[in-house]
Ligand binder design. Structure first.
Ligand code: HSE
Length: 319
């Protein structure tokens, strides 16, 4: 018998996709930013979004247009009980939209985690991944799983295959700190994917997969120098960085301030830098901020260790 008095609230973190060299295959989660989704059962079958806060009224509440709504619909379809189950979702955005920090993924992942708990955990965490990818498909036009996998599992992840998703959780060295600078402009993932070249030279491909392999080796051996030497993107960054005012100067400032490496977070405009201490991460943030101050562009800075927990249920209560 469904429990109509139960309410489940889940949180999913913001994420940095690509991690420089790993376009569409690498990602990690951070602390502090993300989305909360609250799910309750309803006696009216179907998925409805009753409220969205923190989005400035910009996200669609129609289930078929909302990433969280679509992800939960995919989940319900799989249960085979779509016709008899009613779900109401309330979404709290606690992170900026169009920022390159995995905003759509955070909504989809928090939603499927909340609904799974509401229904008595019919699916494992691994099994939830394809549902969240459905939401991403709607948001960006491609079923890339790097943000959703990092948000769901936490830590560093490698997406070996997108559909069906095959994701490997990687080792996360404890000292790593991430500095994020979010300039006050928006870039839609759909648009920043459209400008990418569809072909790469063999020479660039060789450099890139050398860096991806070495970065993963660096994570496992906690070799911070190797992580830094591998954080180079020969293919995507040269194109997308043109959309980010002051990118080259911010990156140079981060490297001068001791960053291991620095690149675009996801599809931008946020830029991330990795370092090995909080004080270094803060100095890097200040130096990058100085560049945007000079340009006259507003920004937010966020400092975080890597979030190894990923999405989780925060509250289950009777209403
Ligand atoms: N890997 C995706 C991209 C992430 O770079 O387009 C989008 O946040």
């Amino acid at each position: 018998m469904p429990d109509f008095t139960k309410e489940v609230k889940a949180f999913a973190p913001a994420t940095v996709a690509n991690v420089g060299c790993g376009f569409d295959v690498l990602g990690f989660a951070i602390h502090g930013l993300g989305d909360t989704v609250t799910a309750v059962l309803s006696d009216k079958p179907g998925v409805r979004i009753t409220r969205i806060t923190g989005d400035g009224g910009r996200l669609p509440v129609e289930t078929e247009k909302n990433t969280a709504g679509l992800a939960v619909q995919a989940l319900l379809n799989k249960t085979g009980k779509m016709d008899e189950t009613g779900i109401e979702l309330s979404i709290e955005k606690k992170m900026p939209l169009g920022s390159g920090l995995g905003s759509s993924a955070a909504s989809s992942v928090a939603a499927v985690v909340a609904v799974n708990a509401l229904l008595g955990e019919p699916f494992s965490k691994n099994e939830l991944l394809p549902f969240a990818v459905e939401g991403e498909l709607a948001a960006s036009g491609t079923a890339h799983a790097d943000n959703v996998a990092a948000a769901l599992f936490g830590g560093f992840i490698l997406v070996k295959n997108h559909q069906p998703p095959d994701v490997i959780s990687l080792h996360t060295p404890d000292k790593l700190h991430c500095t994020l600078i979010h300039p006050g402009i928006e870039i839609q993932t759909k648009n920043s994917r459209m400008i990418l070249k569809k072909q790469v030279s063999l020479e660039k491909a060789v450099t890139q997969w050398g860096n991806v392999g070495a970065l993963i080796a660096g994570l496992y051996t906690e070799d911070y120098d190797l992580i830094g030497r591998s954080l180079h993107d020969e293919i995507i960054e040269p194109v997308r960085s043109l959309l980010i005012p002051g990118f080259d100067r911010m990156k140079a400032a981060a490297m001068d301030a001791g960053a291991l490496g620095c690149s675009i977070s996801g599809s931008g405009p946020s830029v991330f830098a990795l370092s090995t201490s909080k004080s270094e991460a803060e100095t890097i943030g200040r130096k990058m901020g100085d560049v945007l101050d000079e340009i006259g562009l507003e920004f937010d800075i966020h400092i975080s260790k890597i979030n190894t927990q990923g999405a989780a249920v925060e509250v289950i209560r009777n209403v």
